[in-house]
Write a protein that binds this ligand. Structure first.
Ligand SMILES: [Mn+2]
Length: 327
């Protein structure tokens, strides 16, 4: 039976009765992607389950400290039959970053997510678009387990993973998705020895020199339209020139959004020839998830993305047109 509604207890019940799990997340990993997946990984391990962390993508260098003690596998690394999948932080089934074969042959697909665009694709779902982060949902899930079983599962590793997801998705408690519950969670995780100083140092204070050279180049591409839309463009050539990979270049879009008077910031980032990743950020009133959805992407009201299969110039014109219609 497909349960199309949120039910933490059903998910916990199912986890209790099953043994083998794949945990995974979306392509182009970020802090919440890795934090929520890793938190779930350690949680399941503590319950004595067999768990595989699979992600067919590369971990950005500023987040690799989180996963240095565990093995992240690729879909082609394993050959298992009887297993379930927990997909974390994936707003769309197509964004789950493991092979289609693995998804199709799983017993059950459990979806835990906070994207506005999520259509409840899992067999079991826990989706809350108002949650700060998927890490907060994993925190709720583990807390509920603790309550039901009178246990104390959250240790330093789980706390550090979930704290990373919380602070990266809320922009260090700056964005409007930050709730009272986010601070409750932060407080509890710090009690559990979340390594906050290490997280801040690794995630925010370990940028490469090359990153700043690329940032300088990309700020030179800044354009403003109607005083409300700002674009920044990063091409493959620029990344190559500065020895950076696609996943290492994150966060630049905020420079576009954070300009006075600008409502929508857009980053146009070339992934491959003919494949351009678009990141959209809004400041107050524009719902960028609608714009992303109209271009086959998705996300949150104030942070969304999509991919346009065209050259950089055309991709920029396509996304600009879509944003101008909404502003
Ligand atoms: Mn997230």
């Amino acid at each position: 039976m497909v349960i199309k509604m949120n039910n933490i207890d059903n998910i916990l019940e199912f986890i209790k009765g099953s043994n083998d799990f794949i945990v995974t997340s979306h392509i182009n990993p970020d802090g919440d992607n890795i934090g929520s997946t890793l938190g779930t990984y350690y949680f399941l391990k503590k319950l004595g389950k067999k768990v595989y962390y699979i992600l067919d993508d590369f971990i950005p260098s500023n987040l690799s400290f989180l996963v240095k003690d565990i093995e992240i596998l690729k879909s082609t690394d394993i050959n298992i039959k009887d297993y379930n999948i927990i997909a974390l932080d994936c707003g769309d089934k197509k964004r789950i970053c493991i092979s289609e074969d693995l998804i199709e042959n799983s017993n059950k697909l459990i979806c835990i997510d906070h994207h506005t665009s999520n259509d409840y694709y899992g067999d079991l779902n826990y989706i809350d678009e108002n949650a700060s982060s998927t890490s907060e949902l994993v925190y709720n899930l583990i807390s509920r387990y603790n309550t039901l079983h009178n246990e104390d599962i959250i240790d330093e590793k789980i706390a550090t993973a979930l704290y990373t997801g919380l602070i990266t998705d809320t922009g260090n408690f700056m964005y409007s998705n930050t709730q009272c519950t986010s601070f409750d969670m932060a407080k509890e995780l710090l009690f559990k020895k979340a390594n906050k100083d290490l997280i801040i140092k690794e995630v925010f204070q370990s940028n490469k020199f090359d990153y700043y050279k690329l940032l300088g180049e990309s700020l030179n591409t800044l354009d403003i339209y109607e005083n409300k839309i700002a674009t920044i463009t990063v091409t493959m050539d620029m990344m190559k020139r500065n020895n950076l990979t696609f996943n290492d270049v994150d966060g630049i879009v905020s420079y576009a959004r954070d300009i006075e008077g600008v409502e929508v910031g857009i980053l146009i980032k070339e992934k491959e020839e003919g494949e351009v990743k678009i990141s959209l950020r809004s400041k107050t009133y524009v719902d960028v998830s609608e714009i992303a959805k109209s271009l086959n992407g998705g996300g949150h009201k104030k942070a969304s993305g999509c991919t346009i299969y065209d050259n950089v110039e055309n991709a920029k014109n396509i996304v600009l047109k879509a944003v101008l219609e909404k502003i």
